[in-house]
Design a protein around this ligand. Structure first.
Ligand code: CA
Length: 229
């Protein structure tokens, strides 16, 4: 009778296979990193958009994000804080957020609300932006409804500086519809089909979670801006 394979050995071999697959993936990714980045000669305009950081920063990082997108929540929690610490508070990078409404009415409602809060104050906008992502249920199914007017007003009531009545009025009358539609046009113009999409001075980063690559692009752009001086 054939002896049964030891579970330890099986585990060992399956680990090797998994590691091999991962390293193939990494190599494949690195060799393609350069070619899959698209550079737009004219980066998306920051006019009327929420910005974070020095207005005259040499580098602009744009996020095309959707409040209903789980990957955007992950990006906001896993990559954005490092970007803030390393480059935004130092005055080297200005960050711009553009609404990308890929998940129907809920995305649009969140965008309308965010634009309405932005009209009230930029400081409140960033608090509201974070609070909205914080409220996104973990491991949600895309189809589970969670962005409702009631939820937005509840979040708004907890964010400093938000005029709740004005926010409610804005939602009911879709006062910021033109801003949301402006973002829709940018999504189309820049051919955005994934969220989050991250652009560094108009260069689309292939993997938004590859912070090392984002840093490399920022450093290169910072160097370039010094040469231009
Ligand atoms: Ca906008």
């Amino acid at each position: 009778m054939k002896p049964a394979k030891s579970p330890v050995i099986s585990l060992f071999f399956s680990t090797i296979i998994v590691l091999a697959v991962i390293s193939i993936g990494v190599i494949w990714y690195n060799s393609n990193a350069q070619t899959s980045e698209i550079k737009f000669e004219t980066p998306p305009s920051a006019e009327g958009q929420p910005t974070l950081g020095a207005q005259n920063a040499a580098v602009t990082v744009v996020e095309f994000g959707d409040f209903k997108c789980p990957a955007c929540k992950s990006w906001g929690e896993g990559v954005f804080p490092a970007l803030i610490t390393d480059y935004i508070v130092t005055g080297q990078v200005k960050f711009v957020y553009i609404n990308t409404n890929f998940h129907g009415e809920e995305s649009r409602l969140a965008s309308l609300a965010a634009e309405a809060v932005l009209k009230q104050s930029l400081e409140s906008y960033w608090l509201f932006h974070k609070a909205l992502y914080d409220e996104q249920p973990p491991h949600q199914n895309h189809d589970d409804v969670w962005i409702t007017e009631e939820k937005i007003l509840d979040i708004g009531s907890r964010v400093e500086g938000v005029d709740l009545e004005l926010l409610q009025y804005s939602l009911e009358n879709k006062t910021e519809r033109a801003e949301v539609e402006k973002d829709d046009r940018l999504v189309e113009e820049y051919n955005i089909n994934l969220t989050p999409t991250i652009m560094v001075n108009g260069i689309t980063v292939e993997d938004p979670f590859d912070y090392e690559r984002i840093k490399e692009l920022i450093e290169k752009e910072l160097e370039g801006s010094k040469e231009d001086e």
